[in-house]
Design a protein around this ligand. Structure first.
Ligand SMILES: Cc1ncc(COP(=O)(O)O)c(C=O)c1O
Length: 403
């Protein structure tokens, strides 16, 4: 069976409101099965995790199921999956745990391609410990981050490299496997931000060589929370601050307070939904891979159509490299029209494509877009060809009116 966007759209009540959603990189719309799983869990008999009552066992089962689902999605071990409020919160927590033994002379590498959530926690943790931050730059003309831009900064003093698997602003996909290999050669860990990438392609933490891979289910049909995946053996070496009575086992010792069981049930439902985008047989991991490959093809076709349409319009400037395989995220501006104005005019006509830096502040500044940024249009699993054509037609009109 192939990718059937009309069949998939029927699962999303939000789409009946009529807007064309190019705002997926900020958070996807949610299918009914996910909302139902959240509501069902909230209204069921539930207690704290345990094994005595049915309500305790329900909570426990939900956590175990969600770890398995998350592990299937990114190619990790369930015992290495940590849930948290968001990728930002998890990265702050992990940065503090990892930095406990950093000191003067130690170095961390961050990149200007990254979302601030994979920069600032490391910069601030380094500051507290007296460690040094090294900045890897991407090429603003192409949006590409060369492996050498990171490798050239590495030495035996490097403790950690933080890099994105895909830029949420440009869609650039750095060669994370090569970067992680270089980090490991230098004896450093590699912390990979998978928030933007995970929604668009099959992911395998091991082939990336990522020591940590972090993402956020609300970017791929799920509720608002985040998870980090790492090998349980690596997690055993870390000792986050925690309450005295709470368990010291891995991964639970990284999860502060009571987990949001209803959101975990929603996360499992979201991952099961992705596995069914293209119905097929096999393990959930196999079905996820098949579905995400088909999804990637669907999204890539639409992204190329969108880029070609925009490129043909006088006065439209596109950022990032058209030659490289990127996520289906298109950043552009219209000469003489403020991005905020383009965003507002599109919004009035039912096309949701926001403007800004989207917290990829260093990236926007390095592109010469300052703190204003540009307009971002992200293709999502429910995007159609006619929505792409509508966006292009609206930009053509806006560019024409302001020429
Ligand atoms: C690439 C990237 N990293 C990190 C984040 C932050 O994720 P969270 O909202 O889960 O903290 C985002 C959110 O937009 C993102 O796009």
């Amino acid at each position: 069976m192939s990718y059937d966007v009309e069949r998939i759209r029927k699962h999303f009540p939000a789409l009946t409101e009529g807007a064309a959603h190019f705002d997926g990189p900020g958070g996807s719309q949610v299918p009914t099965v996910v909302g139902d799983a959240v509501a069902r869990t909230l209204c069921s008999a539930i207690a704290n995790r345990g094994s005595v009552t049915a309500a305790e066992r329900r909570a426990d089962g939900i956590v175990v199921d969600a770890r398995r689902a998350a592990a299937d999605l990114v190619g990790a071990e369930p015992e290495g999956v940590i849930f948290g409020r968001s990728m930002t919160q998890l990265t702050y927590d992990l940065s503090r745990a990892l930095a406990k033994d950093w000191g003067p002379g130690d170095e961390v590498v961050v990149t200007r391609l990254d979302h601030d959530a994979n920069i600032r926690p490391w910069v601030q943790a380094a500051e507290v410990r007296g460690a040094t931050v090294r900045w890897a730059d991407f090429d603003p003309a192409t949006g590409e981050l060369a492996v050498s831009a990171v490798a050239d900064l590495l030495s035996e003093r490097t403790r950690l490299v933080a890099v994105t698997a895909a830029s949420n602003l440009l869609g650039t996909r750095p060669d994370v496997a090569a970067i992680a290999a270089k980090a490991h050669e230098a004896g450093a860990l590699c912390y990979v931000d998978g928030v933007h990438l995970t929604a668009h392609t099959p992911v395998d933490l091991r082939s990336f060589g990522a020591d940590f891979y972090v993402c956020s289910p609300y970017k791929f049909f799920g509720p608002h929370l985040g998870f980090a995946a790492a090998s349980p053996a690596l997690l055993e070496t870390l000792h986050p601050d925690k309450l005295l009575p709470s368990t010291n086992v891995v991964p639970e010792r990284f999860e502060l307070g009571t987990l949001p069981y209803e959101l975990l049930a929603g996360t499992t439902a979201a991952i099961d939904f992705i596995a069914e985008l293209v119905p097929g047989a096999g393990s959930r991991r196999d079905r996820l891979t098949t579905s995400l490959r088909a999804l990637e093809e669907h999204e890539d076709t639409l992204a190329r159509r969108l880029e070609a349409g925009l490129r043909a319009i006088d006065g439209v400037v596109l950022y990032g490299s058209p030659e490289r395989h990127r996520t289906p995220t298109v950043l552009f501006s219209v000469d003489g029209v403020a991005p905020e104005r383009v965003y507002a005019e599109l919004g009035e006509r039912g096309v949701n494509a926001p403007a800004g830096t989207f917290y990829a502040l260093e990236c926007a500044r390095h592109l010469g877009l300052g703190d204003t940024g540009a307009v971002r249009a992200g293709i999502a699993p429910y995007t159609t060809e006619s929505e792409v054509d509508k966006l292009v037609a609206e930009i053509d009109r806006i560019a024409g009116e302001h020429a």
